[in-house]
Design a binder for this molecule. Sequence first.
Ligand SMILES: Cc1cc2nc3c(=O)[nH]c(=O)nc-3n(C[C@H](O)[C@H](O)[C@H](O)COP(=O)(O)OP(=O)(O)OC[C@H]3O[C@@H](n4cnc5c(N)ncnc54)[C@H](O)[C@@H]3O)c2cc1C
Length: 350
Amino acid sequence: MTTVDIVGGGIAGLTLAATLRRPDWDVVLHEQGPRRDEPAVGTAFGLWPAAMTALDRIGLANTIRSLGVHVSKASFRDTQNRILTALPEQDVVMVARTTLHRALRDALPDRTQWRNARVWDPHTLSGEVIVGADGVHSAVRRSHWGDRSTARSRPVTIIRGVIDHDLSRGEVTEYWGDGQLFGITPVTRDRTNWFTAIPRRVFTSIGEGLTHLAHNTQHFPEQVQNTIAAARPEHTLINGVHVSRTLTTTVHRNVVLIGDAAHAMTPNLGRGACESIVDAVELGELLNQHQPTEALRRYRTRRLISPQMMRIASGILMNMALSQGHRAGARNRVIRALGRPLTTGGADGA
Ligand SMILES: Cc1cc2nc3c(=O)[nH]c(=O)nc-3n(C[C@H](O)[C@H](O)[C@H](O)COP(=O)(O)OP(=O)(O)OC[C@H]3O[C@@H](n4cnc5c(N)ncnc54)[C@H](O)[C@@H]3O)c2cc1C
């Protein structure tokens, strides 16, 4: 039996722990504690086809499908509700973060050892394989890749929340205004998830943030104003955004980084959790099939480029979405022109 220490019981760490075969692997999962802000709010993730395929490989896709809601329509619009571009129909499942966590925890084999404590010094861990699944501010990355790998802050504030009735019409809609984006999605058939990104701003309370939004979204469509009117501080979160620096490798001897520890990105493409799931299933399957050294060697080449590209693309999309003044107008014209082949026939908001 080989021991793996997984630092972090978020989506990446839980998915890896669910993928590793017992009794071949003795899995020790270190989680510093419940994230008390998240269970209270339960904002949604969009799980794209690559993540659903990975979940299918570990037998969890149908469970997640039954707990979430399938969305087939997604569009980006301007503040006059005109479609900029619509995404082609795909197998995307929206699910609450809390629901996904619970489903992954329920899928853990009994023999998983939980250590409910923060790992302060990853050098003290003795597993044959050490996995940094400890998120954007990863202690594992800092201790093995050095202080220069520390995440950097983006000058953006995200306000997001859920509402106890449906305002999404079962669709994902993202409105791009002048220096602000506003998104609305379902969480379940009768609950709404919403989010907005604005240039960095500090609020003294969540209530103040919501008041600010109510004033600053008056030029957005009615759907947005209804969403803000229904938002409650106790079901709202306000965050900054941190992103990873480019890493030339996510493997260092017997230490490997997965999820946000390896490639934290802005949320614009909605792919951070998806990439974390794909990392974890890929790594778990390789560890199930090969000796650790060979598994990590293969993992290093398989999962380096595409998540880092996704991270870079998400950052570019964030800059585009938050363009201001004449740049916002030019952006809309370009996207509308590029997206025309996708939207012809499907546009209903023009
Ligand atoms: C506003 C917003 C919206 C998003 N929307 C989407 C979306 O629609 N779709 C999508 O795919 N992604 C989305 N993401 C990204 C997604 O949240 C992350 O990519 C995903 O949560 C990463 O999972 P993870 O397990 O790598 O890290 P985390 O979820 O951060 O988990 C890390 C875990 O490690 C634990 N930990 C940290 N340090 C230690 C330590 N030293 N010792 C022990 N435990 C430790 C933490 O408590 C935590 O539980 C969004 C992110 C944000 C901020």
